[in-house]
Design a protein around this ligand. Structure first.
Ligand code: HEC
Length: 173
C-alpha cells in the first residue's frame, strides 16, 4: 500500500461547495443591485392624505389656467398669436364679438374702410344671424378701420427736380 497517496475527494467536494456558495452570493448581490431602486422608492414612498391630493390637484389646475391665459394673451410683433389679429387694447371686444361664427382669419385677410366694415357687419346682421353689437359696434369699427384699412394705392411722388444732381452725358468716347 502506498500511504503517500492522498485522497483528494473531500478537498474537491469542499471546493465545489465553495464555488456554489460564491455563485449564490453573486446572484444575491446582483438581485440586490437590480432591486435597490424600487425597494428604496417603495420604502420612501410618500403617503398623501386625501386632502393633500386635492390640494395638489387644485394647484396644478391653477398653474394650467395660468399657462393657458399667458398663452392666450401672447403677443408677438404686434400680432395676437392665438388669433392672428393685430394687438390692440380693444382686441378682446373684437374677439368676443367676431370669432364665435368663423375664424379670425376672415377678418385679418380683409381690408376695408370704416364704411366698408360697417357694410360687412350689416350684411352679416341681415343674412348671417349676427346680432346687434350695441355700444361695441363703434369700438369694433374703430379697431377694424385702424388695423385693417385698405392699403394706400396712391402714385409715387413727383420727381423733385431740385434734389437731382444732373450730369452731362459724355457722348464722345
Ligand atoms: C352670427 C355669426 C357671425 C358673427 C358673430 C360674425 N360673423 Fe362674420 N361672417 C359670418 C358668416 C356666416 C360669414 C360668411 C362666411 C363664409 O363666407 O365662409 C361671415 C363673413 C365675414 C367676413 C368675410 C366677408 C366677405 O365679404 O368675404 C368678414 C370680414 C367678417 N365676417 C367679419 C366679421 C366681423 C368683423 C365680426 C364681428 C363684428 C363678425 N364677422 C362676426 C357670420 C358671423
Amino acid at each position: 500500500m502506498d500511504n503517500r497517496h492522498i485522497n483528494t475527494e473531500p478537498l474537491w467536494k469542499l471546493f465545489i461547495s465553495l464555488m456554489g456558495l460564491l455563485v449564490v452570493a453573486c446572484l444575491v448581490l446582483f438581485a440586490y443591485l437590480c432591486l435597490q431602486k424600487p425597494i428604496k422608492n417603495y420604502l420612501n414612498k410618500p403617503t398623501y392624505s386625501h386632502k393633500q391630493l386635492e390640494e395638489m390637484a387644485r394647484k396644478r389646475a391653477i398653474q394650467r389656467d395660468k399657462e393657458r391665459s399667458e398663452n392666450w394673451n401672447l403677443v408677438e410683433k404686434g400680432i395676437h398669436v392665438k388669433t392672428g389679429l393685430k394687438a390692440d387694447p380693444n382686441l378682446q371686444v373684437v374677439i368676443g364679438a367676431c370669432t364665435s361664427c368663423h375664424s379670425a382669419q376672415l377678418i385679418s385677410q380683409n381690408k376695408a374702410t370704416r364704411q366698408g366694415w360697417k357694410n360687412m357687419i350689416v350684411w352679416m346682421q341681415q343674412t348671417q344671424g349676427l346680432g346687434d353689437l350695441g355700444a361695441n359696434e363703434g369700438i369694433i369699427l374703430d379697431y377694424l378701420a385702424k388695423h385693417y384699412a385698405p392699403k394706400e394705392t396712391g402714385r409715387r411722388n413727383n420727381l423733385d427736380t431740385e434734389a437731382i444732381e444732373w450730369y452731362i452725358l459724355n457722348v464722345e468716347e
